[in-house]
Structure formats: C-alpha cells, structure tokens
Design a binder for this molecule. Structure first.
Ligand code: GTP
Ligand code: MG
Length: 258
C-alpha cells in the first residue's frame, strides 16, 4: 500500500535527506503529495558531512521552505534530543484527541528506519547499508502519544540529479559499470578541494588517479594491470564511510543578506 492513501490519518511529514547531498537527496514529489501537512526536514548522516556546510544548509532550507530543518547523526544519536523535543511539542498539542501520527519519508538509504529505531530505542525497523531495505509500510509506536510510519525509499523520477551523486551516497544500487563511472566522477568532483586528504588516505600524493589507488592497494587484474572495478568499489565504500573526512557534495546558494 502507498502511504499517500493514509494521508487523512497523518499529522506530520518527517522528510529525511542526506546531509552530504541536501538538495539532491530529496524527492519533491513526496512533498507535493503532503501539501498542507505539518513538515519537518532532517539532514541525516551529519557525522559524514562538512559541519559548517550542514549549518549553512539548515539555515538556507529553513529560510527557503519555512519548515524546521534539523541536522542529525542518527547512528551516534547526535541531534536526536532536539528532534525528540520537537516531536514532543507537536504531540502535546491539546486539540488532538489521538496520538500524533507522523510519516517518515525520503529517498532510499538516507537512514529513515535508523532514525525511527533510535527514537524508539530498539530495532523496530529493518535497516541496512544497501538501498531498498524497507519494502512496505510499518507503524512504530514511539510512546502512547506518538506513532511513526516507516516507508520504503522513493527516488525522484526526474533525472535532475547526476547519477554518480546518488550512487556515492548509496541511494541507488550500482552495477560494476555505474560504480566505475560514479567513482571517477566523485574523484573528479572532490579532487580540487579534497585531493590532499583523499591522496593521504591511500598513501599517495596529488595528482592521482583511480589506477594509482588500485596499484597502491594491490588491486590488480591477472595481467598485473590495475583493476579499476575493484578500485571503484573501494573508493565508493571509503567515501560512504567518511574515510576521506567529512565532505558535503553540494554548497548552498548564498542568501541575499548573508
Ligand atoms: N554514518 C551514518 N550512517 C547512518 C546514519 N543513519 C543511518 N546510517 C546507515 O545508513 C544505512 C541505511 O540506513 P536505513 O535506516 O536502512 O536507511 P533507510 O532510509 O531506511 O533505507 P531504505 O529502507 O532502504 O529506503 C545503514 O547502513 C545505516 O547504518 C547516520 O546518521 N550516520
Ligand atoms: Mg528503511
């Protein structure tokens, strides 16, 4: 069943996006469906994103969209208290005579189920490092006054976001060829600003290429040539684990009075 059919029962839409890709990891169609509902935007995985850019993105999105935007590192719990406080205030609204019902939406793998689990303090919803873990709708009762609806991730259908960015943050399952493309694009995009920390991670010096990473890590094909496919997998995994430092892939536009 699609959660949109439950909209009349829902009071709040909690949208979860990836703090490393605050615009590109959102699906505008999810919001369009919930026009008129109270909203909250969470920039999750903030532990992997550039802290200054996360602050700037929160300010930018709050001003542009007029909704509360909260940074969160759901795995470590940083930012969870602020989220809990917000939900408690909303749940306490007197005019409602039933629990506050919130739906948690977002593209795949941004941490929707992890956020729910950390809020309830147990593994109520399945989570995993690959996209597409949550397959159906699942209600989780946070406490008597508050119920959360976990939903499967939905990618935007419009191809406005470069595929490599969605692959880099783990929102799409990539085959070998797409992984190679994504790894090359990720290195090309990040090298100007983060080349030194990436190079240091592999004991290399800038400038370096995917082949250099493969050689350095001993990822060689039978004939001794660099195995670029395995190097691409390594590069994507290292980025997704924050091995190169805390990096955000997009910068917020500058607001007029900033
Ligand atoms: N570093 C970091 N990893 C996180 C955080 N939140 C979630 N993760 C990891 O991200 C992966 C995806 O988490 P899920 O909670 O399954 O994501 P989801 O949005 O429910 O994914 P789908 O159900 O597949 O759409 C898991 O490996 C989590 O451990 C976070 O704040 N920081
Ligand atoms: Mg999930």
């Amino acid at each position: 069943m699609n959660w949109r059919r439950l909209l009349p029962l829902l009071d709040l839409l909690i949208e979860v996006a990836d703090a490393r890709l605050p615009c590109g990891s959102r699906n505008p169609r999810l919001l369009a469906a919930a026009a008129g509902k109270a909203r909250l935007l969470i920039l999750n995985k903030a532990d992997l994103a550039d802290p200054a850019l996360t602050v700037a993105w929160c300010r930018f999105l709050e001003r542009c969209e007029g909704v509360p935007v909260l940074p969160l590192a759901a795995l470590s719990g940083k930012g969870l208290r602020a989220l809990e406080r917000r939900l408690a205030v909303l749940a306490a609204a007197k005019e409602r005579r039933r629990p506050l019902r919130a739906v948690v939406v977002g593209i795949p793998n941004v941490g929707k189920s992890t956020v729910i689990n950390h809020l309830v303090g147990r593994k109520a919803a399945a989570t995993g490092a690959v996209p597409g873990i949550t397959r159906g709708l699942q209600w989780v009762r946070l406490r008597p006054g508050l119920e959360l609806l976990d939903t499967p991730g939905h990618l935007p259908t419009a191809r406005s976001i470069p595929a490599w960015q969605l692959t880099a943050v783990g929102a799409v399952r990539a085959d070998a060829e797409a992984s190679l493309e994504a790894a090359e694009a990720l290195l090309a995009a990040l090298t100007p600003r983060h080349g030194r920390s990436i190079a240091a991670c592999y004991g290399l010096e800038a400038p370096f290429s995917l082949s250099d990473i493969a050689r350095k890590r001993g990822l060689l094909s039978r004939g001794g040539t660099p195995d670029l496919l395995r190097a691409a997998t390594l590069v994507l995994r290292d980025f997704s684990r924050g091995k190169w430092g805390r990096i955000t892939l997009e910068e917020p536009p500058v607001l007029p009075d900033q």
